[in-house]
Design a protein around this ligand. Structure first.
Ligand code: PLP
Length: 379
């Protein structure tokens, strides 16, 4: 049977052919001016997407490596920090802090809701010793968007630095590192940046670098001071993921030719069409108040098993979406509108969802979701 796959998962995401072809080129050596030119181009392209003048360090790891590097390069044993537990990735900050002996005060948020900046405000006021606030721009497990701009207003006048996990959100959701005064931004390659997994990125501003000078936590591979020093010469301390960096230059060219503001607008439109289409089918949203334009988490009725739905979409229709994680397993599906995607990826996704739901016995009029999406996308 012909297999033509549609990848609508919130990472990995589809990779444009320009990048795939660039990565298929024969190997080159990295300690050369030829490779340093790629690093220099990638860094410039990343700064545009991060909207920062700060250097953006490229690491050979998945996104979590950049998260871990933020913790172990900035903090010291016993430091007090704030984390938010509104989903799997917010919890990851807490787990990393724990692993390094950092004292995390966890703000509990219901899955599907965003943390209120006011809650962070009172925590910061109550404890001037807090060293860092760890946040997640798009909590990919729930599809929630957090108001990072408002939180950055709070940390600006506090000793605490603001660290933002934008792993799924960078290149999809508005984030202006310098204008908003975000101290640390981390991301990964396999989401909004339209690349395969394997690269992670981190940028620190002056306030964060100053804190890094005092850090006493152990680090070796993820030593950011060392990486930053190499970067001034467009170099890396260890062997970089050569072919991924070469592919990244192409992906960044695509993003920056469209322009980051237009890229974000495209994501907003695709997200809106997806949300309205699933509502037209009679399904609910997990995060109706603060939906991200990265991924839409769709609540399923009792009668539909989410695990079966995801499997049917994948095995029968070759449309790959994600299911729910942890306590949301089987209860939701997550449809990504992230990265190398246009209007017709959404039409395909909604159409396949309709066919699979029909087969599983859910009652609705076939075509109403697609119709709604078309109305929005054609507008
Ligand atoms: C995907 C993701 C991560 C984890 O990244 P890995 O590349 O799997 O290490 C962390 N945070 C968020 C918000 C993500 O979407």
């Amino acid at each position: 049977m012909l297999k033509k796959r549609y990848l609508l998962t919130p990472g990995p995401t589809p990779v444009p052919p320009e990048s795939l072809l660039a990565m298929a080129k024969p190997m080159i050596h990295h300690r050369t001016k030829q490779f340093r030119a790629y690093i220099a181009d990638a860094t410039k392209g990343l700064q545009k997407v991060f909207q920062t003048e700060n250097p953006v360090i490229t690491l050979a790891s998945s996104g979590t490596g950049a998260m871990e590097s933020a913790v172990c390069n900035l903090l010291s044993k016993g430091d007090k920090v704030l984390t938010v537990s509104g989903g799997k990735f917010g919890e990851r900050w807490t787990e990393i802090c724990k692993a390094y002996g950092v004292n995390a005060k966890v703000i509990d948020v219901e899955w599907g809701k965003a943390v209120e900046p006011d809650v962070i405000k009172s925590e910061l006021e109550a404890d001037p010793d807090i060293k860092a606030v760890f946040t997640t721009l798009c909590e990919t497990s729930t599809g929630v968007r957090t108001d990072i701009k408002a939180i950055a207003e709070l940390t600006k006048n506090h000793q605490a630095i603001l660290v933002t996990d934008a792993i799924s959100a960078l290149g999809a959701e508005e984030i202006k590192m310098d204008d908003w005064n975000i101290d640390v931004v981390v991301t990964g390659s396999q989401k909004g940046l339209m690349m395969p997994p394997g690269l992670a990125f981190i940028a620190l501003n002056d306030k964060a670098w100053k804190l890094a000078e005092t850090s006493d936590l152990p680090k070796y591979y993820f030593n950011l001071t060392k990486a930053n020093k190499s970067l001034t010469n467009s170099d890396t301390p260890w062997t970089p993921a050569v072919n991924l960096v070469i592919g990244l230059v192409e992906a960044l060219n695509i993003i920056n030719s469209e322009g980051i503001d237009n890229v974000i607008k495209r994501h907003e439109l695709l997200a809106q069409a997806t949300r309205e289409a699933v509502k037209a089918l009679g399904l609910g949203l997990l995060a109706p108040e603060n939906p991200s334009c990265v991924v839409t988490a769709v609540k399923l009725p009792e009668s539909i098993d989410g695990v079966e739905l995801v499997k049917k979409l994948r095995d029968k229709y070759d449309v790959w979406v994600a299911g729910g994680q942890a306590q949301l397993k089987g209860r939701i599906i997550r449809i990504a509108h992230l990265g190398y995607m246009n209007k017709f990826d959404i039409i395909v996704g909604i159409s396949a969802l309709e066919m699979a739901l029909k087969e599983l016995g859910f009652e609705f009029e076939l075509g109403v979701g697609v119709k709604k999406a078309e109305e929005i996308l054609a507008g």
